[in-house]
Design a protein around this ligand. Structure first.
Ligand code: BJW
Length: 248
């Protein structure tokens, strides 16, 4: 393990621009459930029933119940050592960017700069009828109305997250693509199954980046990266940070 960590630390030491793509595994040690794998949300719930616009149209109350449950769970969680290391790097260097698929905002709470939230935020709401109201933030748990209503038109509100079959914000996608022009690109704690996020590592490779993965298990990205490290992000990132501090 030591030599792969040292190798990645060496690449990071030389790098000017560093971009990190994160997924649910980065928040796992904080107590936020992942989606896939043992104990993952998709083991107990069907994505088709809860994370598509069709599901919301069919039964907004059910979908909101699931989001309220997740909001309550996330509200009791704190950023872990992985969030903290990534945040520190973005604070120390204006050339570090974090792209996350996570909607829990734990990167925000850790103080991360230049953060692209590809799948939105569970703490933000938007009008289901697209009445023109800008999305708003509401961290109350539970929300006062069930299902939640639009602060502008009084109609139905929805979580401002990206469901299957929905387009991501083009500003976010463009920011993520631009950040792929970097020296080191790391994909951390994501199963690398959901697009377009899963395609970013190939984009970074095409732009000449050194690519690395940190994940508990082998994923489709493992064979595509220059260096795949199997292990816990919340343990490995602090080790890499310690190596970076050791030698100039
Ligand atoms: C640790 C760890 C520790 C654990 N340390 N590691 C066929 C081919 C290609 C694409 C498509 C296709 N059919 C349909 C599509 C498009 C679809 C897609 O990609 N589907 C695939 C599943 C096949 N994508 C979309 O629909 C996207 N929109 C889009 O593409 O628009 C255009 C279009 C539409 C329709 C058709 C075609 C094009 C939108 C995707 C939105 C995803 N939304 C969700 C829910 C967000 C809201 C919410 O949270 O409620 O986003 S789904 C869920 O998956 C969530 C996550 O952000 C996302 C990714 O999951 P992630 O983060 O990777 O988590 P896990 O659980 O999968 O993995 C965790 C990993 O961590 C594991 O590997 C563990 O080992 C590891 N781990 N502990 C390190 N301590």
């Amino acid at each position: 393990m030591f030599h792969v960590i040292e190798r990645l630390a060496e690449e990071l030491r030389r790098a000017r621009r560093v971009t990190v793509l994160t997924g649910a595994g980065v928040s796992a040690a904080s107590g936020v459930p992942t989606f896939r794998g043992a104990g993952g949300l998709w083991g107990s719930f069907r994505a088709e029933d809860l994370a598509t616009p069709e599901a919301f149209a069919r039964d907004p109350r059910l979908v909101w119940e699931w989001y309220e449950w997740r909001r309550a769970k996330i509200a009791s969680c704190e950023p872990n050592a992985a969030h903290e290391v990534l945040a520190r790097w973005t604070i120390e260097s204006p050339h570090h960017t974090v792209i996350t698929q996570n909607v829990d905002d734990l990167h925000v709470r850790a103080g991360t700069q230049r953060l692209v939230r590809l799948h939105g935020s569970i703490w933000e709401l938007t009008c289901w009828n697209d009445c023109g109201a800008p999305r708003w933030r509401d961290e109350r748990v539970p929300l006062p109305a069930q299902p939640a209503t639009c602060t502008s038109c009084g109609g139905l509100a929805r979580p401002a997250v990206v469901w299957f079959g929905e387009s991501l914000s083009s500003d976010d996608v463009n920011a993520a693509l631009a950040a792929c022009s970097c020296d080191v690109f790391m994909t951390i704690g994501t199963s690398a199954l959901v697009y377009p996020a899963a395609g970013l590592v190939q984009h970074a490779t095409a732009k000449g980046a050194f690519t690395a993965e940190i994940n508990l298990e082998v994923t489709p990205a493992s064979s595509a990266v220059d260096l795949a490290i199997q292990g816990n992000a919340e343990l490995i990132l602090p080790e890499i940070a310690a190596h970076l501090l050791k030698r100039v």
